[in-house]
Design a binder for this molecule. Structure first.
Ligand SMILES: Cc1cc2nc3c(=O)[nH]c(=O)nc-3n(C[C@H](O)[C@H](O)[C@H](O)COP(=O)(O)OP(=O)(O)OC[C@H]3O[C@@H](n4cnc5c(N)ncnc54)[C@H](O)[C@@H]3O)c2cc1C
Length: 390
């Protein structure tokens, strides 16, 4: 890691092995994994402080497994709620029950924990290993030649690195400067998101995806008696209030015993794209996380995929720095098809959830019949938990 001094102004002043742009979950995981292995690493982020909003709330079993070498999995587990089941329902009717408790993993559940907590656990580990995030520092330019890549930052300083990683999110400046296309499209609807206090027939140890003609709604438990609500809507309000969330649950959620919204703690909206970078590598520049792939939050795979990218890329970079010329291409060859599978799964769930009313009966019949087969439920549990990517 670079010494902890602030970046100097207007000089080509940092020389490092790996420059990571972006300190979200992907960048923090990668930085921690590289620093732990003694790689000279510099990580920058344009925000003055880490975001404190919850955003992605799901950490899957495979993610906890791959994070074990960093020594953060146990801390994360201690901070979260263990959801042992995931069900897809049409109002009160369970269409697909998926249990995680029999999965052969030390983490037979979905861990529910806010992204802000996940990021702070990773940051704490990075700092414990002697690293730090340089912030606020924004990458504004990027060039490369056969031996080095050079990043220009907003304060005029430059960072010369053997490799640069764009972990700078969906609107990645690294990806744009490198000219890698981000192919795909957008969903028409927007997503409304709220962390609320609820009462009523809402499980506190299970993630429920409700299908309804009006759109889908996910109800998931978070620590502290909070529930996360995520719903597709034509035009989500900038700040969903209690009345808005109540209307979502009344029209899409449980019917027999209604859920009551008492308080909205945090809310947001976002538009969802399904895009994958055409390549994960251009010379000395690599992409990971949302910079490389974005998709619907159905299935809760976004942040998990970024963390898995990061751990795989850490191995590839260590190998490349040791002279293994093929390691970086192998990273893209391994991880890009996974993004394709995740985009397809999230897309299938989103389309099934929002199917037009005339086909709803058929969908329900099909899902409840197929999901009676233990092999199907097992496959879904393997895919959702990420164990399929072992
Ligand atoms: C409102 C909201 C709700 C979401 N809800 C869910 C959900 O329910 N489930 C789910 O799975 N996912 C969800 N996501 C997506 C999830 O948050 C992302 O998949 C995850 O954050 C990706 O991590 P990342 O580290 O790749 O990118 P990011 O978290 O986007 O981090 C990128 C970082 O790069 C920094 N950066 C950007 N440009 C530059 C630059 N030029 N120079 C320096 N730094 C830069 C940014 O400041 C940021 O810190 C949500 C996202 C949002 C915004």
């Amino acid at each position: 890691m670079q010494p902890n001094a602030p970046l100097k102004l207007h000089a080509s002043d940092i020389d490092t092995d790996v420059l990571i742009v972006g300190a979200g979950p992907t960048g923090l995981t990668l930085a921690t994994a590289l620093v732990a292995r003694g790689v000279r690493t510099t990580i920058i982020d344009r925000q003055a402080a880490g975001a404190n909003t919850s955003r992605a709330a799901v950490v899957h079993a495979r993610t906890l497994e791959v994070l074990e070498p960093l020594g953060v999995s146990r801390t994360l587990v201690a901070c979260g709620i263990q959801a042992k089941r995931f069900t897809i329902r049409d109002r009160d009717r369970v269409l697909v029950p998926i249990g995680f408790e029999h999965l052969p993993t030390p983490y037979p559940y979905t861990l529910m924990v806010s992204q802000a907590v996940t990021e702070s656990v990773l940051l704490e580990r990075l700092v414990g290993l002697g690293g730090q995030v340089h912030r606020p520092r924004t990458l504004v330019g990027l060039t490369q030649d056969p031996t080095r890549a050079t990043a220009t930052l907003d304060d005029g300083s430059r960072v010369s690195a053997r490799f640069v990683v764009g972990a700078d999110g969906m609107h990645s400046a690294v990806r744009e400067h490198t000219g890698i296309p981000f192919s795909g499209g957008s969903y028409g609807e927007s997503f409304a998101l709220a962390d609320v206090r609820l009462s009523g027939a809402v499980p506190s140890d299970e993630v429920v995806l409700y299908f309804s003609p009006a759109g889908m709604v996910v109800v998931a438990p978070l620590p502290g008696g909070v529930h996360r609500i995520v719903a597709t809507v034509a035009e989500a309000p900038e700040q969903p209030d209690a009345a808005f969330v109540q209307a979502l649950l009344d029209t899409r959620g449980p019917q027999r015993e209604a859920a009551r919204v008492h308080e909205v703690l945090w809310g947001s909206r976002f538009r969802v794209h399904h895009r994958i970078a055409d390549a994960y590598r251009a010379g000395r520049v690599l992409l990971a996380g949302d910079a490389a792939h974005v998709h619907s939050p159905a299935g809760g795979q976004g942040m998990n995929a970024g963390i898995l990218d990061a751990m795989s890329l850490a191995d590839a970079l260590v190998a490349a720095l040791a002279g293994d010329a093929g390691a970086l291409d192998a990273y893209g060859a391994l991880r890009r098809p996974v993004a394709g599978q995740i985009v397809a799964l999230a897309d299938r769930l989103t389309r099934m959830a929002t199917i037009r009313p005339g086909l709803r009966g058929l969908r329900n019949l099909l899902l409840s019949t197929v999901s009676r087969l233990p092999a199907v439920r097992h496959q879904l549990a393997w895919r959702l938990s990420g164990l399929v990517y072992r």
